[in-house]
Ligand binder design. Structure first.
Ligand code: C2E
Ligand code: MG
Ligand code: MG
Length: 766
């Protein structure tokens, strides 16, 4: 319940963070958009300025080159004249041809002071007038109108000196715009960053010459450029740079728009020739496109960052969420079965407990379930299969989950809270659970279950879940041994708790009771079936509890077996019998074998033999009258150790009997494996015998066991014979000895001694 809500809460938190991020980014973008645009534009404009400077250098360089070539030719012609060559002489013509070869300009000429063309290209009158300044020693770079194409050509002229003192002629070339482009391209490195949109113009107050071949198709009309340049003087446009470079004022970057010309950024630089300017232009749209591209990139970057941040945030949330879920599952669910665990049970119990105040109808049943034969399953099939049995139980419990049935898993046990009207309903539910969980595919063996149940009405519900669990556990472990081979359900009753307290007290009382002489030896006679003569006895303990009432062994032996203190009892009997036999011997009584019971707990004592040997010192001659009884189940645990101990006991001189043969895990091969003298068939054999049906399978079974013992030279004794018919059948089947109420119940020592001394043949009775 609290799970998905808190998840939602986390997602809502993330969503909120993302929204804040988006909002911040958008705000920042808006605030900075213009600022960034401005910065971009400034940077780009600076770039245009730098490029125009590059262009200016290139133009200067190229003009200087042409002028140098002309000056060189001029000085050659001067030298020739001083040697007597005339203008039209071969030498002079060669020099002029050199100019064409070097520069590629075809129209070359020489004029004299009187404006007379001495050689080569003939200039128009008005153009010749433009050469005036040459005669005072200046280099002229000017524009002349071309007669044919209507375009303007550039005229470059240098003086030709006579005797290096005065100017006599003017040496000139006429370059068309196309020729200039060709020439400049030969020597100029254009920076193509702005591509074809960049224009280089040469301009001199009157005329315009385009020198960028790429702009040829978009040549500006002459008047437009002039107007444009004139306009810049009004400073109505933006001026971002005004600098002095090489004594030239560079009035850079104006925005101009007019006369059908789209907005342009332009840079105008004055050249040192005759009022020429260098104009460098870039359409404003070009800059805008660039800025737009950058802004788009910026936008994408912003969106990209947002997307990445969102992905990171979502991923982070996802990881946190998965980890949180994992932690939650680890904390509240059993990893193996997926069922809610004990912590979950504890939490839920609070809810159940609190809800009982409003809810007075239901009864609450708390159940603890275990697979009682789990060890057996594990030993038989291994971990994998036994795990499948567990999972089957878990899945069956999950299937039953409802408002009335809530399953949980503890360490080795399973729990359920069942709401029901009566215990009958609970039993039905549990039987249904056991039936559906008992088997798994392909495995013959089945799970066996034990359930401990305790119930409460809403008003009797304890505050603490531990009280409930303890009660379930008491009920669970109160299962009687006869339930071992079937599913069983035990409901808790307060007497069970009292029994535990009683058992706990018994433990404390054991040692004081031994010193207080509360323990007594009783002897149950054994008879020879054929002769009806007393053949021995079994020593059985009795507790004269607080010297007030006799407790039968069933009330304390299992308790002491559980806690291991049974060894004190066994020793007490053992030592008592040693003394008894010794006394009988001294009194000259007939000595008969007396059996003493050895609990299987004793075989876990590594010093058992050492202690025994110590105890029998001085009793060596009566050892052979002591018969040690051990139950068949004692041999199961550690066969080899038990076999070793039994062999040693045998060697010392004790007799050995297998007690309670036929109960538990009977195995006929044990008869030959261990060095037993006698096999004591359990009372259950006799109980099954039908005295009127001698050929029944049960009778045949007893017969077979007796025959097998005979075969191995082992004596047979049947316990619990209660009537003459049983005795007769057993005798007829070949059984040698007998012990039971038919002959005698266990007797106090004095009574047994009387029987022993009388030494009468037992008289049958009905
Ligand atoms: P067990 O060794 O099998 O002893 C035989 C039990 O069967 C005795 O019960 C005996 O009184 C009872 N019994 C004998 N004949 C008959 C009969 O005809 N009918 C019926 N219904 N019962 C008969 P008891 O004395 O109550 O002893 C019970 C068990 O307690 C013994 O079974 C033995 O396992 C254990 N026990 C008794 N004394 C000692 C002891 O000193 N040490 C150990 N370790 N266990 C002892
Ligand atoms: Mg016995
Ligand atoms: Mg027995």
């Amino acid at each position: 319940m609290l799970g998905w809500f808190s998840e939602l809460k986390n997602y809502r938190q993330s969503l909120f963070i993302i929204m804040v991020l988006v909002f911040t980014m958008i705000t920042v973008s808006f605030v900075y958009k213009y600022k960034i645009e401005e910065i971009m534009a400034d940077a780009l404009k600076q770039q245009i300025v730098l490029k125009s400077k590059g262009g200016l250098e290139a133009v200067n360089h190229n003009f200087n080159r042409i002028i140098s070539v002309l000056n060189l030719a001029s000085s050659n012609i001067s030298k020739g004249i001083s040697k007597g060559n005339y203008i039209g002489s071969t030498k002079t013509v060669e020099t002029l041809n050199d100019i064409t070869r070097v520069t590629g300009f075809l129209d070359i000429g020489i004029t004299d002071l009187n404006d007379k063309v001495m050689y080569g290209f003939k200039l128009e009158e008005e153009d010749i007038a433009k050469l005036r300044n040459v005669y005072v020693g200046k280099t002229v770079v000017t524009v002349i109108a071309s007669k044919y194409g209507g375009n303007y050509d550039v005229l470059i002229a240098v003086p030709v000196y006579v005797n290096q003192s005065y100017v006599r002629y003017a040496l000139f070339i006429r370059a068309t715009g196309e020729e200039l482009i060709k020439y400049f391209n030969k020597y100029t490195l254009y920076d193509d960053d702005f591509g074809s949109s960049l224009s280089f113009l040469l301009y001199n107050m009157y005329d315009v010459v385009h020198i960028n071949e790429k702009t040829q198709n978009r040549l500006l009309p002459k008047y437009t450029v002039r107007e444009l340049v004139d306009n810049t003087r009004n400073r109505s446009s933006i001026n971002i740079s005004h600098r002095q470079i090489q004594n030239q004022v560079i009035d850079n970057l104006y925005v101009f728009q007019g006369n059908g010309l789209p907005a342009h950024y332009m840079s105008i630089i004055r050249l040192p020739y005759d009022g020429w300017s260098f104009v460098y232009m870039l359409p404003a749209s070009e800059l805008d496109t660039k800025i737009r591209a950058i802004m788009t990139m910026f936008g994408f970057l912003t969106i990209g960052t947002l997307v990445i941040l969102t992905i990171l945030l979502v991923y982070y949330e996802y990881t946190v969420e998965t980890n949180r879920k994992k932690m939650y599952n680890l904390a509240y669910f059993d990893e193996f079965t997926g069922l809610p665990n004990r912590v979950n049970l504890r939490n839920n119990y609070k809810e159940v407990y609190e809800s009982t105040y409003h809810d007075h109808i239901d009864k609450y049943y708390f159940v603890t379930v275990i697979i009682s034969n789990f060890h057996m399953l594990h030993n038989l099939y291994g971990t994998e299969i036994s795990n499948r049995f567990e999972l089957k139980l878990a899945s069956s419990m999950k299937q039953m989950e409802s408002r009335l049935f809530t399953p949980y898993k503890g360490n080795n046990s399973y729990y359920a809270i069942i709401k029901a009207d009566n215990r009958g309903e609970v039993e039905i539910a549990l039987r249904k659970l056991f039936a559906s969980a008992q088997s798994i595919d392909n495995i013959e063996y089945r799970s066996l279950f034990k359930a401990g149940v305790c119930s409460f009405t809403s008003s009797s519900m304890p505050h603490n879940i531990d009280d409930i669990m303890d009660k379930c556990s008491i009920a669970l472990y109160d299962h009687k041994d006869e339930n071992v081979n079937r599913n069983s359900i035990v409901f808790f009753v307060p007497a069970m708790q009292e029994e535990i307290i009683r058992q706990n007290n018994l433990e404390k009382e054991l040692i004081p009771a031994i010193y207080n002489g509360e323990f007594l030896v009783y002897l149950q006679p054994k008879y020879d079936l054929n002769s009806n003569r007393l053949s021995g006895a079994e020593a059985l303990i009795r507790w004269n509890y607080k010297l007030q009432r006799l407790l039968p062994p069933g009330q304390f032996i299992p308790v002491f077996e559980k806690n291991g203190s049974i060894a004190h009892i066994d020793n007490f009997i053992f030592v008592s019998i040693l003394d008894l036999l010794k006394r009988w011997k001294e009194l000259g009584y007939r000595l008969v074998p007396i059996s003493v019971n050895f609990s299987q707990v004793q075989f876990r004592n590594p010093n058992l033999l050492r202690d025994l040997k110590h105890r029998i010192r001085g009793y060596e001659d009566i050892i052979r009258y002591i018969d040690i009884e051990i139950t068949e189940s004692s041999t199961i645990d550690s066969q080899e150790t038990v076999l070793e101990i039994l062999n040693e006991l045998k060697e010392i001189g004790f007799k050995l009997s297998m007690d309670d043969f036929g109960t538990g895990y009977s195995c006929l091969s044990n008869i030959s494996l261990y060095p037993f003298d006698t096999i004591k068939l359990d009372k259950s054999f006799v109980d099954k015998i039908d005295v009127n049906f001698r050929s029944s399978p049960d009778v045949m079974l007893v017969s077979d066991v007796i025959q097998i013992t005979k075969h191995f030279g082992i004596h047979s004794l049947v316990e619990g014979v209660e009537n003459l018919d049983q005795k007769n059948i057993l005798r007829d089947l070949g059984c040698e000895y007998c012990q039971g109420y038919y002959y005698s119940a266990p007797l106090p020592v004095a009574e047994f001694e009387r029987l022993l001394c009388e030494d009468k043949i037992f008289e049958d009775w009905r």
